[in-house]
Design a binder for this molecule. Structure first.
Ligand code: PMP
Length: 402
């Protein structure tokens, strides 16, 4: 075959980095759950009832009327300064001292993962993850051809002893953690664990990436300062997805100036800047609406949904099944008895028109066959009641076959 034929045939010369990066398992599952008959606990979607459609519509008109031609222009990579100031002030009011120069607006917090990869990760580097971890972080970092190690999550955060052992024996470049209401487990790091984690990161000169898209969605207990408040050099991600709208795709990175310089270069090369019009709309919305009341409404809604799901689990799941009881966020995590395959269970559940995410997708190094993630924010009460009942029956049926 001639060279020309090779290039135009079905043998494209894809970059090596693509060969180890699979499509997102969750996104594939979501295709199955598009069938409206299916009660889905699989997605990671906020409840659309919580979207401020009316106020956003007003903000769009106001931005266009007051500064339309400017808002439709290109802008700076760093992001709209008043929006960055707003974020910095919100942190300061919560006890974390940050100024707007330490904030870069991104295309959702998902882009933060990619930018961190561009700035810090070389081929062959080792990235430490929680076990289990956010699936799309595995995907984002995989594109940088890194190796993964993972450390066990306990009820109050990562296993610090195991982690110290790993840091002292392996050459680990960065650790990625979701410290509040983790995706997928719903687990939150205790304050004590945060302090210990900060110390370890410093002692072993490891970069901490603290991803916090759910922090504001705490509906029980009291909020805990980010690890970054104990580790100034830590890198923190935030997002408007869970408090305003995920479709608007706005998030941010908080990092020291030295890191910020590199992140800005990476972002320039990638997309010049995040959608400026959307930044203006979100800023207008935040500035002209009672945002705390809005967030409180989301918390109340999710708390109700979480409580109902737990009540139904208590009633319908067999007692050998364990589950987390998150104080916020959107997910809870179910652990079935050893030897029960949640993948097999998934197929049976789909026959009963109910869906979840089999947990093994969230383990970078395998395992987790007997686990599953349930989302409680995107089903109505009837869906939660009926879906958990059906899932309980499928689990009981499976366990009776063991
Ligand atoms: N990090 C975590 C832990 C998440 O759960 C999500 C959303 N599923 C993201 C990042 C990405 O969120 P976004 O890009 O919408 O801010």
């Amino acid at each position: 075959m001639s060279k020309m034929q090779e290039n135009t045939g079905n043998q494209y010369k894809f970059a090596q980095r693509m060969s180890n990066t699979p499509r997102s398992f969750v996104r594939e599952i979501l295709k199955v759950t598009e069938n409206p008959e299916i009660i889905s606990f699989a997605g990671g979607l906020p409840n659309p009832q919580s979207f401020p459609v009316g106020p956003i519509s007003t903000s769009v008109s106001e931005v266009l009327e007051e500064s339309g031609s400017e808002a439709l222009q290109y802008s700076t990579t760093e992001g709209y300064t008043p929006l960055r100031k707003y974020i910095a002030e919100r942190y300061s009011s919560q006890g974390l001292n940050v100024n707007e120069d330490e904030i870069l607006i991104t295309n959702g917090s998902q882009q933060c993962l990619d930018l961190v990869g561009k700035v810090f990760l070389d081929k062959g580097d080792t990235v430490l993850l929680e076990k289990p971890t956010y699936l799309a972080a595995i995907q984002a970092f995989s594109l940088y051809e890194v190796q993964f190690k993972s450390v066990r999550l306990l009820e109050d955060g990562v296993d610090i002893d195991e982690m110290e052992n790993m840091l002292s024996t392996e050459n680990i470049k960065l650790f990625y953690a979701v410290t509040n209401f983790q995706n997928p487990t719903g687990i939150t790091y205790s304050n004590n664990k945060r302090k210990k984690l900060a110390k370890l990161m410093r002692d072993y000169d490891t970069i901490l990436i603290e991803d916090n898209p759910y922090g504001e969605i705490r509906f029980m207990g009291s909020s805990i300062p980010p690890v970054k408040s104990y580790l100034d050099e830590g890198i923190l991600f935030g997002s408007f997805s869970k408090i305003v709208s995920p479709g608007m795709r706005l998030g941010w990175i908080v990092a020291r100036e030295k890191v910020m310089e590199k992140l800005i270069i990476a972002k320039q090369a990638s997309d010049l800047h995040s959608n400026y019009f959307t930044q203006r709309i979100v800023y207008q919305y935040l500035n002209t609406n009672p945002v705390d009341e809005h967030i409180q409404k989301i918390r109340n809604l999710y708390k109700k949904q979480r409580n109902l799901m737990i009540k139904m689990i208590e009633e319908h799941f067999p007692p050998q099944v364990k589950y987390t009881q998150p104080e916020g966020g959107m997910f809870l995590w179910v652990t079935l008895p050893e030897g029960t395959s949640s993948l097999e269970l998934f197929d049976r559940a789909i026959e009963e028109n109910v869906a979840f995410v089999p947990g093994q997708a969230f383990f970078a190094e395998g395992n987790g066959e007997n686990t599953m993630r349930l989302n409680f924010t995107n089903s109505d009460d009837k869906g939660i009641e009926e879906g958990i009942k059906r899932l309980g029956n499928v689990i009981k049926e499976r366990l009776s076959q063991n």
